[in-house]
Design a protein around this ligand. Structure first.
Ligand code: HEM
Length: 548
């Protein structure tokens, strides 16, 4: 009897492993729930052996666990590498086909945009970068995936199922997402954007003062910190109104909001590659940053004053606090919190990253800075006056600097979407249903077929009429920095206004250059991106006040 129990365990566990694979192949199960079920089964094996009088019931249970897990893994790997896998004909590195943990590892390295670019150079247009993910380096695939009327849903990488409420960014199906997006969109109409302009003007003047205050005796300023703090203060005002209480430029960031936001983005991006693991690790400190951001958002929402009337809608929260035109319902507090978390992060980290990149390029290219200042001096001879947004929108060199910074300063890889169950034709190739697909943004932005010559260099002149000469190429539609379509950036116009005003105001107020010993090439080589850009160390600049 006892020896029968020992000999049947490997067979039972092996069979259970195969059955688990079959079940998981057809049915999604949350990682945390799967873990609880596995624990329950192991407990049952232990108890059954204990009740049967087995001398080592714990060993039996452990043996069951190991055999079950190994069988499940072996069948999974065999299937993923077999010719029966729907993505079998797409090339890619073996390890990427075997496990999505490799994709998570690549994300964590911060070099995903570069690695995917090199994979496309090696394998061609279609690369299987994870067991169920095909990266497609093709401009023709952008519209069907992201921006057409049948644009695809977001993949599971966006879903954090343990969050208490649905937030715009985390909603996968397009219809539900569309209802929520309609509410948000009211905060980005032309008239809403006009209301934000005085905020941008005032906060950017605060930034100038902040830089003057924080400069050391050699005139060196930690520009990264100043810009990060500026971006939080701006978003506090735009999302929650001026009583938001966020004053990082004045008070610093003792609660570590900037770091917390960055860590939350990193956790989201790495674990998004392995949603089942995210669901398990959610309970561990690794996702604590997401929960503390949740705390900040709910605190800011609670202290925000209620809307008195429809005319009182001057910030983004006021639109979210209203009734949805599509569903006729108010959002729950949890849903509002989720949206608020996202609003803070989406609007601050992104703009701050691009601005740091822009000033890195500016101080590394003094000739560009000189040309930029000449154009701005001519447009705004009185440096103290508010900067007219319409005038800035028409300054060719300022805009060339902004677009070139976006091209090189948004090193995103492909944003993952999921093909419909019937599959999809993408750039002449059939992609089976329920496959994760993406177009690698950075690869597109650095593709010689879109930008040529001097593709990898910062050359704003390529954006001016005539570009870089008769045969040169500048393809504005290949800039994927804001993505496109139903999930694309709602804050695009606001973001471009922010970039223009900060670049213009700081260039008018300061002569800037790199500190002694700064090695731009070396600094650039150490920049990483995990949905947020990680600079090797904060960007320091020598900023000397100009006479207005
Ligand atoms: C240079 C700055 C910015 C860049 C590069 C940027 C980029 C992006 C990208 C790539 C997405 C799509 C993300 C995805 O599908 O995974 C996105 C979404 C979004 N962004 Fe921005 N963004 C910037 C600034 C802003 C600002 C200032 C706001 C203002 C709050 C904002 C609000 C949003 C919103 C609400 C979405 C989600 C849209 C949706 O899911 O329907 N962004 N952004």
């Amino acid at each position: 009897m006892l020896s029968t129990a020992s000999t049947t365990i490997p067979y039972t566990a092996g069979l259970a492993g195969v059955l688990s694979w079959v079940f998981l192949h057809f049915q999604k199960v949350r990682g945390d729930i799967a873990l609880v079920l596995e624990t329950f089964i192991i407990g049952a094996v232990y108890l059954a052996n204990y009740a049967a009088g087995h001398s080592t019931p714990l060993r039996c249970a452990f043996g069951f666990l190991v055999t079950h897990a190994l069988t499940l893994m072996s069948v999974t790997v065999a299937y993923r590498l077999s010719p029966f896998h729907p993505l079998a004909r797409f090339p890619g590195p073996l390890i990427n086909k075997v496990t999505s943990l490799k994709a998570a590892h690549i994300v964590f390295s911060g070099r995903r945009h570069l690695i995917i670019q090199s994979l496309h150079q090696k394998y061609g247009k279609f690369v299987r970068i994870a067991p169920n993910h095909v990266s497609i380096n093709s401009r023709a695939a952008v519209a069907p995936i992201y921006s057409s009327s049948v644009a695809m849903d977001k993949s599971d990488a966006y879903s954090i199922r343990q969050l208490p409420g649905d937030g715009l960014f985390f909603m996968l199906p397009r219809v539900a997402h569309g209802h929520r997006r309609d509410m948000w969109a009211k905060g980005f109409t032309n008239s809403a954007l006009e209301l934000y302009q005085p905020i941008l003007e005032r906060r950017t003047m605060d930034l100038v003062e902040c830089m003057k205050r924080r400069a050391n005796e050699n005139g060196v300023v930690n520009l990264s910190r100043c810009i990060e703090h500026w971006s939080y203060d701006v978003m506090g005002d735009i999302v929650f109104g001026e009583e938001s209480g966020l004053e990082l430029m004045r008070d610093g960031d003792p609660s570590g909001y900037v770091k917390g936001g960055e860590q939350a983005t990193i956790a989201f991006d790495c674990l998004g590659e392995v949603p089942w693991l995210f669901e398990i690790l959610w309970y561990l400190p690794v996702t604590g940053a997401i929960r503390s951001l949740q705390g900040l958002a709910s605190q800011l929402l609670k202290q925000r004053k209620p809307i008195a009337s429809a005319d009182d809608r001057h910030d983004i929260a006021s639109h979210l606090l209203g009734v949805s035109g599509s569903t006729g319902k108010h959002l729950t507090f949890d849903e509002l919190t989720m949206d608020a978390i996202f609003a803070i992060q989406a609007g601050s980290d992104t703009s701050a990253n691009v601005l740091q990149y822009t000033f890195f390029f500016i101080i590394s290219h003094p000739e560009v800075f000189k040309k930029l200042q000449e154009e701005l001096d001519q447009a705004f001879p009185n440096h103290e006056m508010p900067l007219d947004f319409a005038v800035m929108a028409n300054l060719p060199y300022l805009n060339a600097v902004v677009y070139e910074s976006l091209r090189l300063g948004t090193p995103l890889s492909g944003l993952p979407r999921i093909t419909p169950s019937e599959g999809a034709m993408l750039d002449g190739e059939f992609i089976p249903g329920n496959t994760v697909v993406s177009v690698p943004a950075y690869t597109q932005q650095l593709d010689p077929s879109n930008f040529w010559p001097r593709t990898r260099e910062f050359v704003p002149e390529r954006w001016l009429p005539g570009g870089l000469g008769a045969d040169s190429r500048t393809e504005p539609s290949a800039i994927m920095s804001f993505s496109f379509g139903p999930f694309g950036c709602l804050g695009r116009t606001l973001a471009i206004q922010e970039l223009r005003i900060v670049v213009a105001r700081l260039s008018l107020c300061f002569d800037m250059c790199s500190p002694d010993g700064f090695d731009a090439k070396e600094y650039h080589s150490r920049i990483r991106n995990i949905r947020t850009t990680l600079f090797p160390e904060p960007l320091g600049v020598v900023a000397r006040q100009r006479l207005g």
